[in-house]
Design a protein around this ligand. Structure first.
Ligand code: NDP
Ligand code: X2W
Length: 351
């Protein structure tokens, strides 16, 4: 029996971090050997997260590259924007493999990162080294990579819903409008005015319109798929629920001939053949967030409107699983040359 790969998590006390602990607890080939905190080293993680009693009893470790290397082979960075940019070079130099869940290494041009994230970008050499880990689109470059940048939650739902149609030229990329909604865990565990109960409950609000930091990430991949520059409108909304993202996307169909839902379904099923985490819904069935809750699935459905010549594409994920920790473990599996479904073969929690 081979030894398990040892994994450390920086930012383990955040929502992405505890979701990694939850999922890795049943991974057959990986084990969490260090949970790390910049503010609570020396205390048990179960103090803040009693649901982990009996699962993660280790005391929280300091953020120290040499100490991490002594305990682990791979490190997940589940930290706020700006932290991984500073930490990753030292961790790579210490010989660790990295999977970064933040936005710090997704955009390849420092000026673009600084424009949208309003923070200094990572060193350009390291930006170029990091592989963008959207496995269903860039799987070949993810396999065996040492440094993976996990895609954002909204871009994951959005890009899996759009790339096949853009690549095939079935929709006009210039007409794409993306209307996305997220549950509040997408904002992390920290309390804020906009996310506390009385601001959120029985409320539904748009935020960061035309300013969201995921806009350049979405445009980067759409431009790659279209093989020409694409810009699009991307609007985000906060929904009073804990988990889930729904991306509803509108675009004009390019073909003069009548294109049907069945044509989209066929195209997407062929595109995602052999990709276990994308489920293309049958004719007339649109996915809902609860149908992927707690799972690594992205479910996609279509509604072609012959009257307007447009298609509406609906794509849903659980932001903490396929949008963060689950996708990061999928990337760990590919990094290590394992089956990409290891430790992720669970059924959505329903109802
Ligand atoms: N929530 C989601 O659905 C998704 C989140 N992401 C991204 O993943 C990352 C983590 O998100 P999330 O877990 O929600 O965020 P949280 O705010 O819940 O957690 C972030 C954690 O980072 C740690 N941290 C803060 N500052 C530092 C620092 N200077 N050095 C080391 N650790 C630090 C904190 O723990 P401590 O004080 O103990 O160190 C904190 O618990 C973010 O970049 C986020 O944008 C990506 C996709 C989806
Ligand atoms: C609901 C909510 O607030 N969601 C966050 C998602 C942040 C995120 O995941 O940020 P990075 O991918 O850039 O790390 C937001 O819209 O900013």
């Amino acid at each position: 029996m081979s030894e398990k790969v040892k994994v450390a998590i920086v930012g383990s006390t955040g929502y992405g971090g505890v979701e990694l602990i939850r999922l890795l607890a049943s991974h057959p080939l990986a084990e969490v050997t260090s949970v790390i905190s910049s503010s609570s080293a020396g205390t048990p993680i179960t103090e803040g997260y009693p649901h982990l009693i009996g699962i993660s009893e280790e005391l929280l470790d300091d953020v120290d590259p040499a100490g991490i290397k002594a305990k682990a082979d791979v490190v997940f960075l589940a930290t706020p924007a700006g932290v991984a940019a500073k930490l990753a070079p030292g961790l790579l130099q210490a010989g660790l493999k990295i999977i970064d869940l933040s936005g710090d290494f997704r955009l390849k041009q420092p000026a673009v990162y600084e424009q949208w994230y309003k923070k200094p970008a990572a060193d350009e050499d390291f930006l170029q080294k990091a592989v963008f880990g959207l496995a269903e689109i860039y799987g070949e470059s993810v396999k065996g990579a040492d440094f993976i940048s996990n895609p954002g939650c909204y871009p994951t739902a959005t890009l899996l819903g759009l790339v096949p149609a853009v690549k095939a030229g079935l929709i006009d990329p210039a007409t794409i409008i993306i209307d996305a909604k997220s549950g509040v865990s997408g904002a992390g565990r920290g309390a804020s005015l906009g996310t506390h109960y009385s601001e959120l409950n029985e409320n539904f609000k748009a935020y960061k319109l035309n300013q969201h930091q995921h806009i350049p990430e979405i445009e980067m991949v759409l431009s790659d798929a279209a093989d020409k520059p694409v810009i699009s409108t991307f609007s985000t909304h906060l929904v009073p629920m804990t988990r889930g993202i729904m991306s509803t996307m509108y675009a004009s169909i390019t073909s003069d001939a009548s294109v049907s839902n069945a044509d989209f379904i066929k195209l997407y099923r062929e595109f995602y053949q052999g990709r276990p985490f994308v489920r293309v819904r049958p004719e007339g069935q649109l996915p809902a967030t609860k149908e992927v809750w707690g799972s690594n699935y992205c479910d996609i459905g279509f509604a072609v409107d012959a009257r307007t010549g447009r298609v509406t594409i609906v794509s849903v994920i659980d932001n903490l699983v396929k949008g963060a920790a689950g996708q990061a473990i999928q990337n760990l599996n590919l990094m290590m040359g394992w089956d990409e479904t290891l430790g992720l073969q669970f059924v959505p929690v329903y109802p």
